[in-house]
Ligand binder design. Structure first.
Ligand SMILES: Cc1cc2nc3c(=O)[nH]c(=O)nc-3n(C[C@H](O)[C@H](O)[C@H](O)COP(=O)(O)OP(=O)(O)OC[C@H]3O[C@@H](n4cnc5c(N)ncnc54)[C@H](O)[C@@H]3O)c2cc1C
Ligand code: HEM
Length: 479
């Protein structure tokens, strides 16, 4: 049985709690952890008050259920009775009540599009909306019947939004091959702009151009229905698992052979695992297999492996389950997300990376990419905050890289070092930062990337503003 703490994280006296502004998780009452919720949903209790019946819900009916003890919310056309979930919601009851008696899809997506509510709330399902507002207004769907070698075939060609340069597509086939060509006027399109999955009878190609995502979905023998607004997952196999520090491991996952997916620099994905029958999702940032893997355009067929550096929390909910996977077991991996824009690195002279603990993970690809692809780069400096020497991820690789490439420097800062430690000590502070962040001249192009626990990032941002770095010169990695 998993031992899941039932209060909030970080603990009340934790260093991570300091000055946490903005939206955050609320402390939950004893016995209201995620595991407690899963237990309740498996208890056979009637959580909707409808004894398992599913009903069609009209808008008037939905509106009536707007109180804490009688609260219905519609998400993507399905209505849930969330009253039993109120005390278990990590964002708090008041947040959940913002969507009471209404369509909460937009609100839900703004906060945590990736949360797997379908699985978590399946026992709370009341039914469908009578008039289902399942797709955005500007969504339009067009179906074409393919001729030739594909009997009864159908194509669903969906433009999620009308973008600046909507792509079109065409297809042709030989005896053994169907080729789908996507045309776009966009220049500089990269391999990481296209995600391709082929599963059973369906083929799916997602093209990301500027801020728009275009989907071509082809069913070879039957019509496909998919919820285009959710995240798409594919099952990946665990290929290896290697100790990196006493609590952090390098996981290598293999994509299905018919998937093309490259996670862009600075973006994360969601990993999904069934935990006692409920699908649980958490975000993780893929890394390179080492700091010395070259960042070149790969030769096709390519990039079938995705690597993650993951810290295992013995009392955590998700990571112990991940750690228990055996080689050959499966875990689902979503499409990438994130708001890091790679063009921020163009013409950069000084790159400063501030990382705490596993906040190091987004820095790995940023570092590799910058050293390999940015000719103007003069200096990359990493300030890496940890508790003890044993916690430093890839320490010897970082030291070797600093030795090999004179543009790169690393500084370790420890909050709880042994007496032998002669390096820097303490937490992120204006004094440490002003000494570390020396720009070459007032006009040199600088970027500072930050990642770590929320208070680290928030305090760091404030200190950087006080040191007169502009918004454009700072990027913080958050969910
Ligand atoms: C965009 C993004 C990218 C990320 N990338 C990575 C990555 O690359 N690698 C990585 O390792 N992580 C990453 N994370 C963090 C990751 O998503 C998970 O939060 C992390 O793995 C913990 O998950 P868990 O379910 O095992 O632990 P949780 O159940 O969330 O618990 C975490 C820790 O808090 C403690 N805790 C929980 N509740 C309490 C309580 N009431 N009192 C005291 N302590 C408590 C637990 O014991 C445990 O030690 C990322 C997060 C984000 C937002
Ligand atoms: C529609 C209205 C909702 C609002 C406004 C809302 C708001 C929030 C907020 C503010 C948080 C804290 C986020 C953070 O720590 O960064 C949160 C967390 C969470 N919410 Fe909601 N929520 C809503 C609906 C739901 C529903 C329907 C579910 C159903 C499962 C849900 C599940 C969760 C979970 C699992 C978390 C924790 C995520 C994590 O691990 O970081 N929420 N929510």
């Amino acid at each position: 049985m998993l031992n899941v703490p039932s209060q909030s994280f970080p603990g009340p006296s934790s260093q991570q709690r300091v000055a946490s502004g903005g939206r955050s998780k609320v402390p939950l009452k004893q016995g209201r952890s995620l595991m407690d919720w899963i237990r309740l949903t498996k208890s056979g209790k009637d959580l909707t008050g409808l004894k398992g019946r599913l009903i069609e819900v009209t808008e008037e009916e939905l509106k009536k259920h707007n109180k804490k003890d009688d609260c219905w919310i519609c998400i993507r056309g399905f209505v849930y009775n969330v009253s039993p979930y109120m005390e278990y919601h990590p964002g708090g009851e008041d947040e959940l009540m913002r969507a009471a008696g209404s369509d909460g899809t937009d609100l839900f997506d703004q906060v945590h599009r990736w949360v797997n509510y379908e699985s978590m709330l399946k026992e709370c399902l009341v039914g469908r909306m009578a008039m289902k507002p399942a797709f955005p207004k500007d969504y339009h769907e067009e179906k074409k019947v393919l001729n030739g070698m594909l009997p009864q075939s159908q194509v669903t060609d969906t433009l999620a939004k009308e973008g600046p340069s909507s792509p079109s597509y065409d297809w042709f086939q030989t005896d053994s091959l169907v080729t789908i060509v996507i045309y776009t006027k966009q220049k500089d399109i990269n391999l990481d702009s296209v995600i391709v999955d082929h599963r059973d009878d369906s083929f799916r190609a997602e093209t990301v151009i500027k801020d728009y995502s275009y989907l071509v979905h082809v069913a070879l023998s039957h019509e496909i229905q998919e919820d285009f607004s959710g995240l798409f997952y594919r099952k990946c196999q665990l290929v290896s698992k290697e100790d990196v520090t006493h609590d952090t491991k390098l996981f290598c996952l293999m994509l299905p052979p018919s998937t093309h997916l490259e996670v862009p620099v600075g973006q994360h994905v969601y990993l999904r695992l069934p935990i006692t029958g409920t699908e649980i999702v958490k975000p993780y940032t893929p890394v390179c297999d080492s700091l010395f893997s070259e960042f070149k355009e790969p030769v096709l067929p390519n990039n079938i492996y995705i690597y993650f550096l993951i810290k295992i929390y013995p009392a955590g909910f998700f990571t112990p389950e991940l750690d228990q996977l055996q080689i050959g077991d499966y875990v689902s991996v979503s499409n990438p997300e994130g708001n890091f824009i790679i063009s921020q690195l163009q013409e950069l002279e000084d790159l400063f990376l501030l990382a705490a603990g596993t906040g190091f993970t987004p820095m790995v690809k940023v570092l590799n990419y910058a050293l390999t692809n940015i000719p103007s780069l003069r200096k990359v400096k990493l300030m890496f905050f940890n508790k003890t020497e044993d916690d430093i991820i890839w320490r010897s690789q970082l030291e070797k890289l600093a030795f090999k490439d004179k543009r790169f420097e690393v500084e370790f800062v420890l909050s709880a070092p042994t007496s032998e430690w002669s390096g820097k000590q303490g937490y992120i502070s204006p004094a440490l930062l002003s000494e570390f962040l020396k720009r070459r001249s007032d006009t040199s192009k600088v970027l500072i990337c930050l990642c770590g626990p929320t208070p680290f990032t928030e305090q760091g941002m404030k200190m950087l503003h006080d040191l007169n770095f502009s918004k454009d010169e700072i990027h913080s990695f958050t969910a």
